[in-house]
Design a binder for this molecule. Structure first.
Ligand SMILES: [Zn+2]
Length: 224
């Protein structure tokens, strides 16, 4: 968690030993000011959001693109009382989840069910080589020349996943929301069940369709 309530402010920690309140559960959180990694807040006990993941410079960089009131927004299901912190929730009613670590399909489905009750939802999935060579396999799979397809005013290209990890791409194709990949700062919109069902019908297992977009176009889409 990068932001906490300190008095009237919602902000990151500035000094070791500082205390704040979690905007989600209101319990006390402590400043963690590591030399190597980024500054963040830690709950005294466990993080109140079981969906939280350890955050690094990648998360910080993306969160910094949005106004502070749009970052780490606590949302509550009025019927069950379930609470979660959306990484980004914009004025336009979009929830953006920043996903760096790998995530089981059941958790993808649970988060989508929770956030799409009242919001449009986007995922930004970080393609990197920590723990696997997924980033490299992704780059090797990119092919925008062979099978272009126009859909919804966008130009997609169909390509095949190279190397192991086809389950990874199949899992994200099945998303019922909008999925974007960030590979070294280049952004790609993935055709999913949600927005591009007619494209998905043409795809074999291991095949997927991408539409490249600029960071600016991506930020505009999130901000509505
Ligand atoms: Zn909390």
């Amino acid at each position: 968690m990068l932001l906490a309530r300190v008095g009237e402010e919602k902000r990151g920690p500035v000094a070791k030993g500082e205390r704040g309140r979690c905007p989600n559960c209101n319990s006390e959180v402590l400043a963690v000011v590591p030399r190597e990694n980024i500054r963040h807040w830690r709950h005294r006990a466990r993080d109140c959001d079981p969906w939280s993941e350890p955050e690094g410079p990648w998360h910080l960089g993306w969160k910094d693109q949005f106004p502070v009131e749009a970052r780490e927004v606590s949302l509550i299901d009025p019927y069950t009382g379930e609470r979660h912190r959306a990484d980004i929730r914009t004025q336009a009613g979009v929830v953006l989840e920043l996903q760096h670590s790998s995530i089981p399909e059941e958790e993808i489905a649970a988060r989508e069910a929770f956030y799409t009750r009242d919001h449009r939802m986007f995922w930004l999935v970080h393609m990197h080589n920590e723990g696997s060579f997924r980033g490299t396999h992704f780059l090797m799979s990119l092919n925008f020349d062979k099978r272009p397809i126009n859909f919804g005013g966008k130009r997609f290209s169909i390509m095949s996943w190279v190397g192991p990890g086809k389950q990874f791409i199949e899992k994200w194709k099945r998303s019922s929301t909008h999925v974007f990949f960030d590979c070294g700062g280049s952004i790609f919109y993935l055709a999913t069940k949600k927005g591009c069902a007619p494209i998905l019908e043409q795809l074999k297992k291991g095949e997927f369709a991408l539409c490249p977009l600029t960071v600016r176009e991506f930020l505009e889409a999130v901000s509505g």
